[in-house]
Design a protein around this ligand. Sequence first.
Ligand SMILES: NC(=O)c1ccc[n+]([C@@H]2O[C@H](COP(=O)([O-])OP(=O)(O)OC[C@H]3O[C@@H](n4cnc5c(N)ncnc54)[C@H](O)[C@@H]3O)[C@@H](O)[C@H]2O)c1
Length: 344
Amino acid sequence: MNKLKMGIIGTGGIAQARHIPSYLKLQDKVEIVAVYDINQPLAETVAEKFQIPYVFDNYHDLLVKVDAVTICTPNKFHAEISIAALEAGVHVLCEKPMAMNAEEGKLMIEAARKANKLLSIAYHYRFLENTTVAKQASLEIGDPLVTRVQALRRRKVPGWGVFTNKELQGGGSLIDFGCHLLDLSLWLLDEPEPLEVTGTSYNRLSKLPNQVNDWGSFDSETFEVDDHVTAYIKFSDYSSLLFECSWAANIKEDYVNVSISGVDGGLNVFPYETYQPKNGKMTTTTAADLDENHENAGYLQAKNFVESCLGEAELISKPEQALKVTKIIDAIYKSSETGESVRL
Ligand SMILES: NC(=O)c1ccc[n+]([C@@H]2O[C@H](COP(=O)([O-])OP(=O)(O)OC[C@H]3O[C@@H](n4cnc5c(N)ncnc54)[C@H](O)[C@@H]3O)[C@@H](O)[C@H]2O)c1
């Protein structure tokens, strides 16, 4: 069998920690043949470290050598590079968020459709063990009523990279971290259509100099993005979602969860539990030994993408689903700016 030829564009933190090691574990199906990063010395170091044969000084030349690429650049370049890759006939796994906004996301989907190539967004939370069993259990809780989503980090603004730069990332805690939990909740809810979004975003805390921060330091003067966000989303099936995310919350500890209360029962993802009436009383069930290992989830994501490119599997993270997340993110930011609800 011919192996899939993979290129990596952007060879920083997530490429080295997650994507490259995952593809190396799938060596019977995929071979990393080339890398590109605007920081050429970094690309060369990474190629040497992982024994990747080609280093290019532009991504167009790389696209000629590969069947698929994994895009791990700052968010601003996701759409441009994805579209160029698809137009060159190359499948794309692009890091989350899909793009800076939904307009870009639509163009990416259009390019994938025209080229008849795969486009997937790296929403790896779908591949955690908890979320995999939760997806099965979601079939048993009946119509969803109210979903609560929290993506809360206690004082952990990423102090590296460009995460606090609005021009390069498009936003902060919501577009970077909240997006994962929004994607996960929509997937568990079986992709309801959002009707109306109300949101508020804040960056007051991160504007104060010398903040205590557990993930390195950041410059409050150049911090341009949200550090806290809240939102309320109504869907066309009359269910609703209460959303909170933060990089810098003043709370007891980090708290990440999705919980759904449905007509026949309820579901909690972290930790995994279900709640159902049985024999006249409410019961709670759990599943033992679920592994919340994000690197393993990254491996399963890589496996699904590679196997989908080879025609052996169906993509789990589809671009139309990522576009819905992006539309909601746009609407939350717009609602916060205008002070009005946004109808979608
Ligand atoms: N799925 C996750 O949980 C997760 C975790 C971390 C980061 N990410 C995403 O991955 C992306 C990269 O994040 P990171 O943490 O690796 O950042 P990083 O800063 O460590 O790496 C980004 C790399 O992209 C390179 N780069 C910048 N502009 C480029 C361009 N135009 N063309 C080619 N290379 C370019 C930089 O030189 C750098 O090496 C972001 O979109 C981020 O949201 C996802």
